[in-house]
Write a protein that binds this ligand. Sequence first.
Ligand SMILES: Nc1ncnc2c1ncn2[C@@H]1O[C@H](COP(=O)(O)OP(=O)(O)OP(=O)(O)O)[C@@H](O)[C@H]1O
Ligand SMILES: [Mg+2]
Length: 291
Amino acid sequence: MQRHDDLIMTEEQTHSDNTSSTPPAETGVKKSDTGQHDAPTKSERLTVGNLGVAFSGNSAIRNITMSFRDGKATAIIGPSGCGKSTLLRALNRMHDIIPTAKVTGEILLDGENVMQMDAVTVRRRIGMVFQKPNPFPTMSIFDNAVAGLRFNGITKRSLLKEVAEESLMKSALWDEVKDRLKQPAMSLSGGQQQRLCIARALAVEPEILLMDEPTSALDPIATAKIEELIHELKTSYTIVIVTHNMQQAARVSDYTAFMYMGELVETGKTRSIFTNPTKKQTEDYITGRFG
Ligand SMILES: Nc1ncnc2c1ncn2[C@@H]1O[C@H](COP(=O)(O)OP(=O)(O)OP(=O)(O)O)[C@@H](O)[C@H]1O
Ligand SMILES: [Mg+2]
């Protein structure tokens, strides 16, 4: 059973951490100037237009048009099954690996069409942290932190050490693991594993960080650490966080999008969505009248 779980986790990692065979790439961000579209305004880092995802012909999300702003955190909220994870996964091309999935519409990263970019490059530029912490089970803490770099062909020990320390500091885990970096990642608590996964995602210097319910399995202390971290990270990253926790959305996000039955009902500044939503469905959801 455990083995099976490990395999599933590994498969997700495989696609979230650029583990497929790829030519060596630098960790720094490269911007292509081959985008066919007009660049969006500078603050709109990632935009989606009329995005739809269907599985075996059944629509899971449709007509999603919105943008994610640079240096801001956007929360995606909505009842279970409304398509939050499906939207998040579309943003870094995770549906590529599902043969029944069909993605339509447009996703632009700095004006460049994500659907036409190399998928591995997309996942380096748009990192993802999953709901369930998924460190590589057979690797040490250190090796997990630098796994993305190694997959991108970086072997220089001093660089790996530097990036491991920097990423673990950013993810607020360094003090707890600095004396045990060679121990297995699985020796960490769930909350520590989640922060390790965040460090692993940060190590490849993504521009956008997608987080799918990153604290749902964590205790209040670990949750608070991750929320603090989101506050710090958003000064230099664009963050998209799916959460079922309304207080969390209110605490960490600048913008909030409410989804219902595969559609985007409304999006706007978090404060207005929570204090003065324009749609009744949004109001009913945030006040706990349905869900
Ligand atoms: N790989 C898949 N194959 C078939 N259907 C899928 C697949 N992934 C998602 N779906 C369907 O898409 C819809 C949206 O699912 P999704 O996981 O995006 O919801 P969610 O809002 O993240 O829910 P939750 O809050 O429970 O995580 C659901 O009806 C789900 O069954
Ligand atoms: Mg989900």
